[in-house]
Ligand binder design. Structure first.
Ligand code: WAQ
Ligand code: MG
Length: 633
């Protein structure tokens, strides 16, 4: 698109009368030029002697787009109150003598441009004092159907200017008073926002001026001036202040975001299950093979597990009544924690309501801004969110690549830190190299944390998870796990030494500020945990099923392998993955298409999750159907 910058200036008896500028599309240029000429020649101050128009073509890549500063209004009745508001603004910028800056603003009256003032030393940095520094070459983005506006709108023009100025290098803030005798509203602006101050001067006064506050080495001044005077800027989202104007549509952003997601194949919808979660489910009026559930050992539908939930509810009620730290600590919570600690051979355990909260709550409590967290590139979102919430610096290393991790550790200085990874990666089904992971954590004095969501009940000879998988060679400091996958209920937990658990009880906000899980959840999880230990053959059957399923897929031309319950089947394109999942659904198989942001863009996949209760016949049918559909679509 071809765009022009238009600038108009008019004067009478060598005195400035009016000036204005626009950035317009080529097709609008003639009309806009006519508007500017009219505006320059018909000024209330009387006829003009001289008018110039400058027209410059802009290259698209030169234009910088900025979102308008957020606007707020400070109501002031007198210029004194207005100046107080300006003083407060200056103080918040860390300026030692706001009064001196206000005096500079008064002295700026009569300049064509703004004073460029060192915010700390109050030195003048504008090369030509009479002219000052002018912010030009900027405009707001217009709606395509918008009628032209010939008169000056003080607010709109000031917001465009202030948005550009606030983003100038080294500029920390701006003050402005209009020189228009009838216009007493001024403003104070920075990247934090544009504050309108309704009265900053007496009505009738022709005094006005602007100050741009500069902070930093004076070597940067030419760069700042160059940006202000030459960088083309278009400001988005400037809407005139008009009491009659309809308010902007507050739902527009949501609608547009969802539309964009739809067009990229990233829109999500829900499917309703009309039966219990098991290897076969009823949905949309039909029985289907469930190949997407995390209930790897099918405990959710186990008769004894259900009964445990019912009994706990009958005795203790539906809810727990409060946080564990107030009234919500029941016998089932304590029993389950004890059993989990024993199962993971740890000193102690702490329950959270979801696995997400366990990761969020542990990591954000353990780490802070002064720390560094080393995190696998494919860690689960709950780990990533915990890291972000902690405020720690996050160093991401290549997926399960211990050499890359070692390299990151060597070049990153830190005082306190955490090394965190999934034990079994949720979307790839691969297993962390735990011995190297723990060795590196020990070598550098880092806390080590492993998320066992998909390893508990699945790997290790008896399903104890990753420590057992590696025959007890290595133990991380913190074991996180969930009750929602193999154990068939819902919730998360942290296992580790007593000191760790005591700390989390006192510091972890999701633990402290959530009502604890209902008795039924804790009781059914405990029953499932007991059954996992008394019936270890479930773990063996699950593994057997995975081997069978992968062999069948491989025979059908889809080479697959997995040591866990998760079997990823690569598809690539997001939209194709949805079509494949839909077709499998039509043929009676529930299998999720996993897309960005869960996995990288262009790496969409089907994620088959197997259960110990799948029959060989179900798996044979499913593997054949998957291969057929992938060939057809
Ligand atoms: N760049 C730098 N300084 C300028 C520029 C410019 N492009 N244009 C004007 N100035 C300086 C000059 O010294 C003027 O005397 C002073 O700023 C004030 O300019 O939310 O109308 O054009 O309703 O009179 C504030 C709107 C309107 C507040 C400000 O400024 C609101 C206004 P004026
Ligand atoms: Mg003016």
């Amino acid at each position: 698109m071809i765009r022009y910058s238009l600038k108009m200036r008019s004067s009478a008896a060598s005195k400035h009368v009016s000036g204005s500028e626009k950035i317009v599309e080529a097709s609008d240029a003639p009309r806009s030029i006519a508007d500017l000429v009219e505006r320059g020649m018909t000024h209330p101050r009387g006829p003009v002697d001289f008018l110039s128009i400058k027209v410059e073509r802009l290259q698209d890549e030169e234009i910088r787009y900025l979102d308008a500063l957020p606007v707020s209004t400070i109501q002031t009745k007198t210029s004194r109150e207005g100046r107080d508001a300006m003083r407060t603004f200056l103080r918040n910028l860390g300026i030692a003598s706001p009064d001196k800056v206000l005096r500079e603003l008064d002295a700026a009256s009569g300049m064509r441009g703004a004073v460029l003032l060192d915010a700390d030393t109050l030195e003048h940095l504008e090369p030509d004092h009479a002219r000052g520094v002018r912010a030009t070459c900027m405009d707001r983005e217009r709606e395509c159907d918008e009628p032209p506006c010939k008169s000056k709108n003080h607010f709109v023009e000031a917001l465009v200017l202030a948005t550009k100025v606030a983003h100038a290098p080294h500029i920390i803030g701006e003050l402005c008073i209009s020189d228009d005798p009838d216009y007493v509203t001024g403003y104070a602006a920075s990247t934090a926002g544009y504050r309108r101050i309704t009265c900053v001067k007496e009505k009738g006064s022709e005094n006005g001026g602007r100050i741009f506050l500069y902070r930093g080495d004076h070597e940067g001044v030419p760069e700042t001036i160059d940006y202000l005077e030459r960088q083309a800027v278009i400001v988005r989202g400037v809407t005139p202040l008009n009491a009659d104007a309809p308010l902007p549509d507050k739902w527009k952003y949501l609608r547009e975001t969802l539309d964009a997601m739809r067009s990229q194949g990233l829109y999500r919808t829900l499917r309703r299950m009309d039966s219990a979660q098991s290897s076969e489910v009823l949905c949309d009026g039909r029985k289907r093979i469930m190949l997407a559930s995390n209930h790897y050992l099918d405990f959710s539908s186990d008769e004894r597990v259900r009964r445990a939930a019912v009994q706990a509810t009958e005795t203790f009620g539906a809810g727990s009544g409060g946080s564990r730290l107030t009234t919500g600590n029941g016998v089932w919570h304590e029993r389950l924690e004890k059993a989990l600690a024993d199962f993971k051979a740890s000193e102690s355990a702490l329950l959270f309501n979801t696995g997400y909260e366990a990761n969020l709550g542990a990591i954000s409590a353990l780490m802070d801004r002064s720390c560094v967290i080393f995190s696998d590139a494919l860690n689960h979102a709950s780990i990533i969110d915990g890291c972000r919430l902690s405020g720690a610096r996050i160093v991401v290393y290549r997926h399960n690549d211990m050499e890359d991790l070692a390299h990151a550790l060597r070049r990153t200085p830190f005082k306190r830190g955490l090394l965190v990874s999934d034990a079994v990666f949720s979307m790839g089904g691969d297993i962390l190299d735990l011995p190297s992971f723990v060795r590196l954590a020990e070598k550098y004095g880092l806390l080590s944390m492993v998320d066992e969501a998909h390893s508990t009940g699945v790997i290790g000879k008896h399903g104890h998870g990753i420590v057992e998988h590696f025959n007890g060679q290595a133990r991380p400091d913190i074991l996180m796990g969930t009750l929602s996958k193999s154990l068939g209920a819902e919730g998360g937990f942290i296992c580790g030494r007593e000191l760790l658990i005591n700390y989390l009880r006192n510091k972890s906000r999701p633990f402290i500020f959530s009502t604890s899980m209902p008795p039924a959840t804790a009781a059914s999880s405990l029953k499932a945990l007991e059954l996992l230990q008394t019936e270890p053959e479930r773990v063996r059957t699950l593994r057997d099923n995975v081997r069978f399923f992968c062999e069948r897929l491989t025979d059908a031309g889809l080479p697959t392998h997995s040591e866990t319950a998760i079997v990823p089947i690569a598809v690539g394109d997001e939209k194709r993955s949805l079509r494949v999942a839909d077709e499998l659904w039509r043929r009676g198989i529930v299998l999720s298409a996993i897309r960005y942001p869960t996995v990288r863009r262009g790496e969409a996949r089907l994620r088959a999750a197997l259960m110990s209760s799948h029959t060989k016949a179900q798996l044979a049918f499913a593997s054949k159907t998957i291969a057929d559909v992938l060939r057809e679509l």
